[in-house]
Design a protein around this ligand. Sequence first.
Ligand code: ATR
Length: 265
Amino acid sequence: MPDRYAVFGNPIAHSKSPVIHARFARQTGQNLVYEAIEAPLVGFADAVLAFRAAGGRGCNVTVPFKERAYALATWRSPRAEAAGAANTLSFAGAEIRGDNTDGIGLVRDLSDNLGFDLAGKRILLLGAGGAARGVGLPMMECKPAELFIANRTVGKACELAARFDCHGGGYDALVARRFDLVINATAASLAGDLPPLPDDIFAPGALAYDMMYGRETPFLAFARRHGARCADGLGMLVEQAAEAFFVWRGVRPQTAPVIKLLRGS
Ligand code: ATR
């Protein structure tokens, strides 16, 4: 019998995680199945516990349940603690281990796939919601010259900056500043909006990274117009999955062929 895993979200129909984990399993010879489960908005914990009772070994968790997964965990990794959210749960007897692989997924995509070393770089993180909170600690661990968090609601940027021991403020604080890497962790793209960035925010050779994938966002279009190198969040998606796979199975799958496959389809 293969071991069972799943991803819980709402909505979840378009999740690429089942394809990613099926590829990882085939590549590494691991005997497992991985499905997508839509949990009701008010029944997340029950859905996860039912999955565990039916023999599930662990699960990924996506929007809007990552904070609830964190609350459900009986043990939390330091990176889950830092994010205040869990995207990876492992079931071990009565214990539910909560982890967060989003930040390391972003860092690995930047360093391994895009050749961008964060050490000594000036980094601008746009947004102060869950997506931004998930990546702060792993980025600070790479010792950038600076991490600045900009957000529409200034208080939230300052709060997050205090949490990660970096700087934060509103978009008006970006005037006359230049960054080597600008990461869009806002939900602005969902509404077709662009965060209010100065035209000259990108240092020469800068990388613009949008955590969204699947379409050209207003942020990436803006970055392209202003000469920045552009990347979407597909690599981060595959890298966070690979780290979750490693947490569960102790085996590290190769990500490059899976990223290539998803880009092709
Ligand atoms: P997530 O958990 O996916 O990060 P969230 O917690 O709703 O989602 O946070 C969304 C982020 O996108 C927030 O930083 C939000 O800014 P506010 O804190 O000021 O609400 C940001 N955001 C959403 N729409 C935006 C827009 N049109 N322009 C700029 N920032 C936006």
